[in-house]
Design a protein. Structure first.
Length: 262
């Protein structure tokens, strides 16, 4: 369950926000409170939080100091800042520190709920991006970074692979498209990319398969066809050999870890 933390030293404001959001969330989100920046920083040492609502003016550690301290620990959650009209400069600084939005006092319930709803949407977008980034094969990233240095033949070969991924591509077929001897093309491909043609093709196919498994509800047999495997049985075997689990298990694991990505 995703968690929202309210940080405000004024009990009336803090509990008012909590009451409003608990009613709005209807059990979908966990709504927690902290009475100071010090208490919040301590609580956040052992508790993950997705949305953080904080006042800017608090004794000991104010909202900005708390955000600065959190930024040193790692990526900030989605932050909403509460400020009075006289504290607008604080609000501007909080935006510079990476806050998502700010709400002016006195708080309007409709504005509060709308801002929190958008904050959760932003958080879900971060989840999706993080999840999709995890799909990327590190070796393919390495190959991609070096692509500007490849000769025209290898660039054309990679373009052909992407354009015909759904087909039963062979190294001989690609070499013929480039009017090169297959043996020479094999050596050239490995020399420039650092991987064999066969390994590269398999990695590209599995990369695309993982994206489709996570981002769509297409059946496994259809994904197998879309990434160039003639039989689903062989696709599952190759996937298991490389990923250590079946395509269905991979899809389920991704869904369990990131419910928002589908």
């Amino acid at each position: 369950m995703k968690t929202l933390l309210i940080v405000d030293d004024e009990p009336r404001t803090r509990l008012g926000i909590q009451k409003t959001l608990v009613a709005w969330a209807a059990g979908k989100y966990r709504i927690e409170c902290a009475a100071s920046g010090v208490e919040a920083l301590e609580w956040l040492k052992t508790n993950p939080v997705h949305i953080l609502i904080t006042d800017v003016r608090m004794p000991e550690v104010d909202g900005l100091q708390m955000l600065e301290a959190l930024a040193k620990r790692g990526p900030l959650p989605v932050v909403i800042v509460i400020s009075g009209h006289a504290e607008f400069e604080y609000a501007k600084k909080s935006l510079q520190l990476g806050a998502f939005d700010y709400i002016l006092k006195p708080l309007d319930k409709a504005v509060l709920i709308d801002t929190v709803q958008r904050a959760f949407e932003r958080d879900s977008g971060k989840d999706r991006l993080d999840a999709m980034e995890k799909l990327v094969d590190p070796k393919l990233l390495e190959v991609g970074r070096e692509e500007a240095r490849y000769g025209s033949a290898i660039k054309d070969a990679i373009g052909f692979i992407y354009g015909h991924l759904h087909e039963a591509i062979t190294m001989k077929q690609v070499a013929e498209q480039l009017h090169l001897n297959a043996s020479y093309f094999s050596v050239l491909f490995k020399e420039q990319t650092g991987v064999t043609f066969s390994d590269y093709l398999t990695r590209i196919r599995l990369q695309k398969a993982k994206e489709l498994l996570v981002a769509t509800r297409l059946p496994v047999w259809e994904i197998a066809e879309k990434v160039g495997y003639q039989t689903v049985k062989y696709f599952i075997k190759v996937f298991k050999d490389n990923e250590g689990m079946s395509p269905r298990q991979y899809r389920q694991q991704a869904a369990d870890e990131n419910p928002s990505i589908q």
